[in-house]
Design a protein around this ligand. Structure first.
Ligand code: ZN
Length: 247
């Protein structure tokens, strides 16, 4: 599956329940999805799908991380060591989902930043892609490429302004977009302006759900709203996702 001509639908951020992922992956393949990136959010879901459950013609990439929503209690014992061991054992493994969520009621910012910094350091040390959740925290991400060093990082679920998209891409971030662009309250001009602001090779698409088969509907929706042909959008998204994931 290596090579540059392999394009098409790529779900760059999803969470099918990995222990029973076969049905979700088979449905995705039937829907024309060619590749998926699955991101674990706590040590309990750092699991690999049974190789027999991966349909022919579907590339599956994974990452393991500690999500900011999982930081309310004590941190899982030995998580950093286990994550690094997983990275050493699997050269294709990514880092994440991790990130920052600065809404009220979330874990303290200092703790979130400390946990993110561990992930960031591992992604740099092992040269792996890093998947980032960011809510009300994009401003805090912006300086990190300079302060902590450049990594291949995906800001997932992005639905911010074109200006913010430009600023993040200037710093070197990839942006992964999904249903947030399709909210009924959003005018079509939002998707159009946002896609126009993101340089080619930086925009990718995601379901952020347990059903990567839904990626077709996401990309169709964004295509119809942005006026960019479906095939072009799907291929550009897949190319960006492959550059981000490094294959
Ligand atoms: Zn997610």
């Amino acid at each position: 599956m290596e090579g540059t001509e392999e394009t098409g639908l790529f779900d760059a951020h999803c969470h099918p329940p990995v222990s029973a992922a076969g049905a979700a992956l088979a449905a995705a393949r039937r829907a024309g999805v060619r590749a998926v990136a699955l991101w674990g959010t706590e040590p309990g879901d750092w699991i690999r799908p049974d190789p027999g459950a991966v349909p022919a013609g579907l590339v599956v990439r994974q990452g393991f991380g500690l999500h900011p929503w999982k930081l309310s209690g004590p941190l899982p014992a030995g998580w950093r060591e286990r994550l690094e061991e997983e990275l050493r054992n699997d050269p294709a493994l990514g880092v994440g989902e991790t990130g920052l969520d600065f809404r009220p009621g979330m874990a303290e910012r200092a703790l979130q930043l400390e946990v993110l910094r561990v992930h960031w350091g591992l992604a740099r040390k092992h040269d792996r892609p890093l998947s980032l959740h960011a809510v009300r925290a994009h401003g805090a991400l912006l300086p990190l490429m300079c302060e902590w060093g450049a990594v291949r990082a995906q800001v997932h679920g992005f639905e911010g302004s074109p200006e913010l998209a430009r600023a993040l891409c200037r710093e070197g971030f990839f942006l992964s977009m999904g249903r947030g662009l399709l909210r009924p309250t959003r005018p079509d001009s939002f998707a159009r302006a946002l896609l126009a602001a993101v340089p080619r090779g930086r925009a990718m698409f995601e379901t952020d759900s347990d059903g990567p088969a839904g990626l077709r509907a996401v990309v169709e929706g964004i295509a119809s709203r942005s006026g960019i042909p479906f095939g072009e959008l799907a291929d550009d998204g897949a190319r960006s996702a492959r550059a981000f994931l490094g294959f």
